[in-house]
Write a protein that binds this ligand. Sequence first.
Ligand code: FES
Length: 150
Amino acid sequence: MSNSENHPSLMNRRDFARLAGLACVAAACSSDEGGPTAPTAGGVTINGNTMTLTVGQNPSLSQSNGMVLVSQRSVLVVRVAANQYQALSSVCTHQACTVSTFDGSRLTCPCHGSQFSTSGAVTKGPAATALRAFPTTFDSASGTITVNLA
Ligand code: FES
């Protein structure tokens, strides 16, 4: 006999998962929710665990709140400051929606409003876990951003 049969107020895992799924449908939360507002990154090269892209091919990255989405790896590249970039997972640690907006200092998930700093740290829930941050370097001579995806 399961806990839910012993205690009608308690749900078993299957009931909880079913209700959570219904809540997600009602709230239209999915990984596609809202769609990314970050432009899709152009000129991305991925070689093993090394990803490169250039500011020249991604004009939004020259703006103060610049961000691009590398959808094939679910990675956001944001402009932290002049000549400084950070790559982060675009997958929200709450329920896996795509984090899609960036105001220059905070990234926001459209599904339930979690916010993250440019280092990936949670600054506002409901997410409780940081976004994964990838080591990112910038070569100002060539305008190339290099991300270590390992
Ligand atoms: S999925 Fe809920 S806040 Fe991102």
